[in-house]
Design a protein around this ligand. Sequence first.
Ligand code: NG1
Ligand code: ZN
Length: 533
Amino acid sequence: MVEGQLVDELVAKYCTTRGYRYSYGTAGFRDDAGRLDTVMFATGIIACLRSIALDGKPVGVMITASHNPASDNGVKIVEPDGSMLVQTWETRATELANLISSGSAAEIRRRIAELVTSAADVRPRLVIGRDSRVSGPHLLECLLGSANSLFQAQIKDYGLVTTPQLHYLTSRSLSVDGPVEEEDYFVDFSSAWNEITRLHDVERLPSAGLVVDCANGIGGPKMHSFIPRCRVLSEATTVINDNCADALSLNRGCGADFVKTNQRLPDGIRDTDGDSRLYCSFDGDADRVVFYYLNEDNRFQLLDGDRISALFAYFIAQLLEQSGLRSVLSMGVVQTAYANGSSTQYLQNHLKVPVTCTKTGVKHLHHEAVTHYDIGIYFEANGHGTVIFSDHFYATLRTQTHNSLATKTLKLLPQLINQTVGDAISDMLGVLAVLSILKWSPARWANEFTDLPNLLIKVIVPDRSQFITTDQERKLISPEGLQEKIDKAVSKFHSARSFVRASGTEDAVRVYAEAATQQEANELSAIVSKLVL
Ligand code: NG1
Ligand code: ZN
């Protein structure tokens, strides 16, 4: 039985940000860091209850606001297998955070007592990590306030880690008896890289070096720990924007989101640097990556999530063909409506690979990939994604007695790719391995197809909840009549497409427009943006 007085004391101490409305969205809770104390306290309770409901299995908690400005923060809960929190529990998290935020002292006391006493007599286990934001330690304290005082949880705090490291370490804590350390992450992925590059006699990258922009986030120090363990890369890689001690520089003028949204080089790279190098940018918590290079005219060329999907699909289809497994193992790509139309055409018509479209948010893409394919490749255009391999994939490869180079490579790929969630470091290794094996320069990779010109912008509207979509967010059903107007606008342009949806992470709607020329895409975007206001 929990003492009412204890609850009162804890709420008074840790829940200082009351009176706000919170929502556990696509990326967990995310807000200005100064508004999150109550959310963290509530998340401590929900994470412990989730672990108890799963018989004390380790549940992950990551404190991060990814690519958002340095003044924001957030938190998300990770299932013991490393996947995102199941949806029914997201609702519970939202309800509890709002009750503690806005309920009376008596209501809060009653609800928390109910939750704690109805839980089975199991000691919960939490695996915790945070990105480099200065608000992290304080928010962690609020989370521990409930997890320790109400549940006496068993806690493994990994301190500063990337989001994908936390997912990986959570799933390892489930599958391994004994201690799991951050070192395991470094060893597992660097060993896979060293093995696959040795197998293919890779001695150099197919570009004059690699430059990695770490968004001045937690990816910087992690890359410095990781890269020296990787053959070839240790000599070929330069890490920039790695100053996570300068809190305010996080995601500012650099990082995957900046590069993708502005379609330009980040701070720290000049267009006079054109020297056939391959560049990539991580976001603030290193779960996204986009690549780029400077072409012969020193012009910036982006290689985004659509390109990464296409590269993996091309390479794995070739391996399946070579090992005679193309008809035995199903492979498909999952995209969102933001995928460039050319990439979808390329996959379906050129590579003959099935493509499915889902709602925005990696949990939707992940679910689709797991449900439909033995090899499910999914990337959002912004560079967030991974490749996942089914039990049938592993079982099939175990029965392959003739180990050709292609079969050996297929066996190694799942070890190189962090399957729990999109991971900038591991996705980067995957891309570099494929490019090195194929001996493809960045320009050769870009040559596979030409993107349709497009524009993605944010429009601030009075109430974004009015914008309700259907058909995987490609069509609006509310506000009434708006979709018909958008369709009419689209019909005036060539090879055009446009859709509008409310952002799940910002108070705005997003307008996407694509057309045969950049001018047409811009014009279409301007027309649709006016329509939504
Ligand atoms: P919203 O704000 O719902 O569009 C953005 C990204 C998503 C995803 C989430 C989580 C775009 C268009 N949207 O979602 O792909 O990454 O953030 O971080 O890039
Ligand atoms: Zn991120």
